[in-house]
Design a protein around this ligand. Structure first.
Ligand SMILES: [Zn+2]
Ligand SMILES: [Zn+2]
Length: 125
């Protein structure tokens, strides 16, 4: 049983998605390629994710991000995140993905690189 598509965004959904950390993914040359936030959708429990790249987010090396965690230069304050699970939810419009909820959350920040390293030492991609 899966839930029907519903564009109403529950407050717990927002809280859940906000709590997922932004994790940096990088190229072989050390530059950050994109940042990813992922987990199981708090509403439908399917895997969902958000990637953010481009601009400052992929111009910086991981080392720079970790060395200058307080910089705000070029950082986008918020990004839109929506459930984008690949499962089917009934009543979903053809041009939509996921189970419906969406919100704006704080975007990735250089300080997230240090947090990711602290959570999983040695496990950065
Ligand atoms: Zn789903
Ligand atoms: Zn969902």
């Amino acid at each position: 049983m899966t839930v029907d598509w519903n564009p109403v965004t529950p407050e717990e959904w927002v809280t859940g998605v906000k709590s997922w950390p932004w994790k940096p993914h990088r190229f072989d040359n050390g530059k950050i390629w994109y940042w990813k936030k992922d987990g199981n959708c708090p509403r439908c429990h399917h895997y969902m994710w958000k990637d953010v790249g481009g601009g400052w987010a992929s111009a910086m090396t991981l080392e720079t991000a970790m060395a200058t965690p307080e910089t705000n230069e070029g950082v986008k304050s918020t990004v839109n995140v929506a459930c984008n699970c690949t499962q089917t939810h009934t009543h979903r419009p053809d041009n939509k993905q996921g189970c419906g909820p969406a919100t704006r959350v704080p975007g990735p920040h250089p300080s997230d690189a240090a947090k990711a390293a602290k959570d999983k030492p040695g496990a950065l991609p």
